[in-house]
Design a protein around this ligand. Structure first.
Ligand SMILES: *Cc1c(COP(=O)(O)O)cnc(C)c1O
Length: 495
């Protein structure tokens, strides 16, 4: 098989192997690594039908990680998708109210981030070994709540790595915060920052781009890498479950092979929906890619006007993992619709950095025809949680509910009857206050932690292992810093 190489969206690096792209995390010019050509599916969908999640993962990921041997890749997959997940299906598909919820939250931290972060540490350590890298790999991560915990869980006590997570001190749910601050593992560091997710993400990007600092780390035998979805090793495993959802529908005879389905993805950093776009480019029959935003609706505005403008008020919402104004992975889509023009991509990204906005030209906008941008207000989101629960007994989290609300709205407006998959990105147990409050106001009197028990009584679903007794676990991480102190903190940890 031909080796698939990677290059930076901004033109500064090319001819990079998958292994190297994963270890490096982000390109040196600040761009993101993308495949030189998006691969086409080698097998027919019929051949993939009936495969387990693990088998399918191999048959999809092999297209992207061509310098991994079959044994290496299968080894990574087997270590990732095992008993850590509470169902052997890994990502079950549930049909409610005529729409399919792809439950991506059955991993150890109850959010879809586990789908990629349970395998990334294995991909990364395998890649480092292949490249004879002997430095200690330091995973630097900014989180809007879910990535942090999933990355900590994935990298805790993984030999040859350390993990440092920055989260917005006042921008995550109580359960999310407690999940992170109680993390065990000698190599784990968790720091709250006084600022929002974009501040945390900018700080991390700046550290990556700081040549002097990287030189210093290098001399001290460290190498930085990223667990954010800017890392191609995060993105590739996410392509798998779109195929899995489709094939489950085909196996259940809900669709004929080849029939198009729409997908709705609750979006923040644009990683998850970009994986769906890659799946479509590979040959999965996806119709519309529906991008659902919360009140921070930069992407809704972008898809509707062609103008990306981050200069606006940052709103803290009940779907905190989507509270983002700079959607990093959109750069990869921009690169595609610019006809893989790195200069054009760089120019737009430079505009974003310098002026806070950019606008795509009509020929690029035309290539966005497969996307539909929608958004849901908090009020609408809460109403949809209640409505779905009352009609079906199925309880969804606030992020999934943003997608569900946008889906309902989309169908009302377009009368599109295409069968639709909603990426269900978190367990309702992570956002108990908002979810239970939506069902009945009487629950507003209780704390996040008390409501875990109440949610279990209401839904008759056992409390997931990952958060059982979470309020009783010892808090091990208490450090808080200003947003401009992040580099200093990293320096102290690695001194
Ligand atoms: C991270 C996250 C999202 C947003 O996903 P992106 O890939 O950043 O667009 C949505 N929902 C939940 C629960 C998340 O954790």
């Amino acid at each position: 098989m031909n080796l698939l190489k990677y290059k930076s969206t901004r033109g500064g690096q090319s001819d990079i192997s998958a292994s190297y792209a994963i270890v490096q995390g982000i390109a040196k010019d600040g761009g993101l690594f993308v495949p030189e050509t998006l691969p086409k599916l080698e097998n027919s969908l019929d051949e993939l039908k009936g495969m387990t999640y693990q088998e399918l993962a191999y048959h999809i990921m092999k297209h992207f990680l061509t310098d991994f041997t079959e044994e290496e890749l299968k080894g990574c997959i087997d270590k990732a998708y095992d008993k850590k997940f509470d169902t052997s299906k890994i990502a079950p598909l549930v049909n409610k109210d005529g729409v399919y919820f792809l439950e991506l939250f059955h991993g150890p931290t109850l959010a879809f981030k586990d789908m990629a972060l349970s395998i990334l540490p294995h991909l990364l350590t395998t890649a480092a070994k292949k490249l004879n890298i002997e430095k200690e790999i330091v995973i630097l991560t900014a989180t809007s709540g879910d990535t942090g915990k999933a990355a900590l869980e994935g990298f805790a006590d993984v030999e040859g790595t350390r993990i440092i997570v920055f989260f917005p001190q006042d921008g995550v749910s109580e359960v999310q915060k407690r999940q992170m601050t109680t993390q065990v593992g000698e190599n784990t560091y968790v720091i709250g920052i006084i600022g929002n997710f974009d501040d945390a993400q900018n700080g991390v990007k700046e550290i990556f781009g700081d040549e002097e600092f990287n030189q210093y780390l290098n001399e001290n035998n460290y190498m930085l890498s990223s667990a954010n979805s800017i890392n191609i090793g995060r993105l590739v495993p996410q392509v798998v479950y779109y195929f899995y959802a489709y094939l489950q529908m085909a196996e259940n005879n809900d669709i004929a092979l080849g029939e198009q389905v729409n997908v709705v993805v609750p979006t923040g950093n644009f990683g998850n929906i970009l994986a769906a776009y890659y799946a479509k480019q590979m040959g999965l029959p996806i119709g519309k890619l529906i991008c659902a935003s919360n009140d921070n609706k930069v992407l809704y505005d972008f898809f509707n006007t062609g103008k990306y403008d981050k200069d606006r008020e940052f709103i803290l919402t009940i779907s905190p993992s989507m509270d983002i104004l700079i959607s990093s992975n959109l750069e990869r889509l921009i690169y595609q619709i610019a006809g893989e023009d790195a200069n054009k991509t760089k120019e737009l990204m430079d505009n974003l950095k310098a002026k806070g906005h950019y606008e795509i030209d009509p020929s690029m906008k035309e290539k966005l025809a497969d996307f539909y941008g929608g958004f849901a207000s908090q009020e609408d989101t809460l109403l949809r949680i209640k409505e779905l629960f009352e009609s079906t007994g199925y309880l969804i989290d606030t992020h999934t509910a943003v997608a569900y609300a946008v889906y309902k709205d989309y169908v009302n407006k377009t009368k599109d009857t295409t069968k639709t998959v909603i990426a269900s990105t978190a367990s309702p147990y992570k956002f108990t206050t908002s979810v239970m409050g939506a069902v009945d106001k009487k629950y507003e009197a209780f704390s996040d932690f008390e409501l875990i028990e109440k949610m279990s009584e209401l839904t008759k679903i056992d409390i997931p292992e990952g958060i059982k007794d979470i309020d009783k676990r010892p808090v091990l991480h208490t450090k808080v810093c200003e947003k401009n102190e992040m580099k200093k903190v990293v320096g102290e940890i690695l001194k």
